[in-house]
Design a binder for this molecule. Structure first.
Ligand SMILES: [Fe+2]
Length: 406
């Protein structure tokens, strides 16, 4: 039997496999060969990368030395999930794989997986969040306080209640995120001042707790009412009257928050030439950092073409320029009310969960996302409103494309 090196096991222990995620989209439809290949490559990247380049979360903070050792030992051997463990085991034992052996090993790995998860969860409770974590919310769709009998139950009760829950969960974290982004469609329909007053009251606990809050605009917002309602908000660009932008500089990552609101409430968005020029200048300022773009609207590349008509109209005007700047690693958007991942020309396209509602609860769900940025990757942690939802606490690593050095 070939001896399995410690480093190899260490790589495997950070390798979070989900068979379903490899072959099926979050909607349950089968993926094409190129998507499967891409996802497979993303999954095996930790196995072929140098150990020092694999971001490791400190799950053991606060456990003490004996607890840390126990945790690492257990995770090293048990974290591997179906069906990687049996496959690799037989591969490295150079043993012919019979059906019986496969099922025996699979059963063993499945029975041990909950132990690893429980250990990880208990350690996470001790506080494993770091300074490069950002909470991402979008599509809160808050309406002005409606008199009884007016507005649907969903608008009157579900939307504010989901937002309150997300804020409670953020504030309850042992180590809080560096900032909170609420990525557009703050209001329900066409964003009047009363809507923003209600929205402002709901999110006030975040600022009161000292958390920086960054807001972007979506197609159900109105820029004038928004700017009147939040007069102290500062835009990162100097054209605040027609675009509200933001910048979040983390030690290894720069997030550039864009204003893609074109006209409320029509679905399509637009960045405009002036904002695109500003965006490129902000990317060029930071050749050493990973750059992540954040906008309410989806780009009209990658992802699901069904949503392209409601995406950023002038995608062609900025996407090729962004692709050339290899420090740009990802584009985060809402608008679609779903949780999906895609990629185009090496850039990850991350569609984060809506806080308020989804079109079909059988296919998607509501919640928010905790994004942990590392020098070479981001880890996404899904926080669903329904705690028993299959996506609850789902974690996904996305590795960055290589930056070309001048
Ligand atoms: Fe939207």
């Amino acid at each position: 039997m070939i001896k399995i090196s410690h480093n190899f096991l260490k790589k495997i222990s950070s390798f979070d496999w989900s068979f379903k995620r490899l072959f099926f989209s979050s909607r349950g439809s089968a993926l094409g060969p190129s998507s499967v290949f891409y996802r497979f490559f993303t999954l095996i990247k930790p196995l072929i990368a140098h150990p020092s380049s694999i971001p490791q979360r400190d799950h053991t903070r606060g456990l003490g030395e004996p607890g840390k050792k126990q945790f690492h030992d257990a995770c090293l051997f048990f974290k591997i999930q179906l069906p990687v463990f049996p496959s690799l085991l037989f591969l490295f034992m150079n043993t012919p794989l019979t059906r019986r052996h496969f099922f025996q090993a699979t059963a063993a790995s499945v029975s041990l997986a909950p132990l690893a998860r429980a250990l990880e969860a208990s350690a996470t409770l001790q506080g494993s969040t770091g300074p490069e974590e950002i909470a991402i919310l979008n599509d809160t769709h808050i309406n002005a306080e409606l008199p009884p009998g007016q507005g649907s139950l969903r608008v009157r009760e579900q939307h504010p209640s989901n937002l309150r829950q997300a804020i409670r969960e953020i504030l309850a974290r042992v180590q809080r995120p560096a900032a909170v982004i609420i990525n557009g469609d703050l209001a329900t329909s066409v964003g009047v001042e009363a809507d923003y007053k209600a929205f402002g009251e709901l999110i006030a606990p975040l600022s009161e707790a000292g958390l920086p809050v960054h807001l972007t605009l979506g197609n159900h917002d109105t820029r004038e009412a928004f700017l009147k309602s939040f007069p102290k908000l500062v835009s990162a660009s100097n054209f605040k009257e027609h675009r509200h932008n933001g910048l979040i500089d983390l030690p290894n990552t720069r997030l550039i928050l864009l204003d893609s609101l074109k006209e409320s409430p029509a679905a399509p968005g637009r960045l405009g030439d002036e904002q695109i020029g500003w965006l490129l200048s902000k990317i060029d300022e930071t050749p050493q950092k990973a750059v992540v773009l954040v906008a309410h609207h989806n780009p009209k590349v990658g992802g699901d073409p069904l949503h392209f008509p409601g995406g950023v109209e002038d995608t062609e005007a900025f996407w090729p320029e962004v692709v050339k700047r290899t420090q740009v690693k990802a584009y985060i958007h809402g608008h679609v009310h779903d949780w999906t991942l895609a990629a185009h020309t090496g850039i990850h396209i991350i569609n984060t969960l809506a806080v308020s509602f989804v079109g079909n609860p059988a296919l998607s769900t509501t919640g928010w996302t905790l994004a942990s940025f590392h020098p070479e990757a981001v880890e996404l942690n899904i926080q669903t409103t329904q705690r028993a939802h299959p996506w609850a606490n789902e974690r996904k690593w996305l590795f960055w494309r290589q930056t070309k050095r001048a």
